[in-house]
Ligand binder design. Structure first.
Ligand code: 13P
Length: 265
């Protein structure tokens, strides 16, 4: 199956930026810039901090902004004595559709393990949301030629450890750590090679048919100018955008670039 047959997913990860007032402004601005034509061609998700979710959701609904609400992380339990954590059903109740799981910043700074990623993505699916599972190598691993080995280990640990997965509702984001927030985007050829490898490893875990349906995003210093080339790669089905998603104009430009290369449906 070629990339053109999978509907692109453009996701904006705001990380720890924008309070709820900035979120209201940004979402309203996005609503003025995105239109039905975009929605006919690509899926768009916006992932604000937890404290913004309710405000963002209200603006989205009031103004029919054609985006899905997303979250950046959650715990794998439904409730309990876990101070400071957010449970999957809390997100589902707010209308969240996509949850980023295992972002490299959670793995690096908060010690999130592969086991926790595997548990959390299943918890997200149990509550009817789609996990965006992040994988990617460090600069050092890349220099050592260990990129594919790292990706194999992360994808296998996430998808292959146990059952309980709805294979069709999985997104994987290839985010090389050396490209995040550095201004260094992977070349389209590198992104294609890594995303194709992720799909091949996923096929061994969830079956070829499900892996063919699975969307694989690229993330790491994506800009409006680099979007079309990345999305032209057969195995790159979308982008996960950090810095360039904070500004509605640049994020909308990324969505437009993605939409211009995608069929209407
Ligand atoms: P940047 O686009 O700022 O490099 O961030 C990428 C990222 O980590 C998205 O999750």
């Amino acid at each position: 199956m070629t990339g053109a047959r999978r509907r692109p997913l453009v996701s904006g990860n705001w990380k720890m930026h924008h309070d709820h007032l900035a979120a209201i402004r940004t979402m309203a601005d996005l609503g003025l810039r995105l239109d039905a034509e975009d929605a006919a061609r690509v899926d768009v998700s916006v992932h604000p901090p937890f404290t913004d979710l309710r405000s963002a959701q209200t603006v989205m609904e009031d103004r029919s902004v054609p985006v899905f609400l997303g979250a950046q992380h959650c715990h794998h339990r439904d409730e309990g004595a876990f101070t400071g954590e957010i449970a999957p059903p809390m997100l589902a109740r707010l209308g969240v559709s996509y949850v980023i799981v295992g972002h490299s910043e959670r793995r690096q700074h908060f010690g999130q393990s592969d086991e926790d990623v595997a548990r959390t993505l299943r918890a997200v699916q149990r509550h009817g949301m789609t996990p965006i599972i992040c994988v990617g190598e460090t600069g050092e691993e890349r220099e050592q030629g260990a990129t594919e080995e790292r990706l194999t280990a992360q994808v296998t640990a996430s998808l292959g450890s146990a059952g309980g997965l709805t294979a069709s509702a999985i997104v994987v984001a290839y985010e090389p750590i050396w490209a995040i927030g550095t201004g260094k985007t992977a070349t389209a050829a590198d992104a294609q090679q890594a995303c194709a490898h992720i799909r091949a490893v996923a096929a061994g875990c969830i079956g070829q048919e499900a892996a063919d349906q699975m969307r694989v995003q690229y993330g790491g210093s994506v800009k409006p100018e680099s979007t079309s080339e990345l999305l032209a790669c057969p195995d790159v089905d979308g982008v996960l955008v950090g810095g360039a998603s904070l500004d509605a104009a640049s994020f909308a430009d990324i969505v437009h670039a993605a939409a211009s290369g995608a069929p209407r449906r």
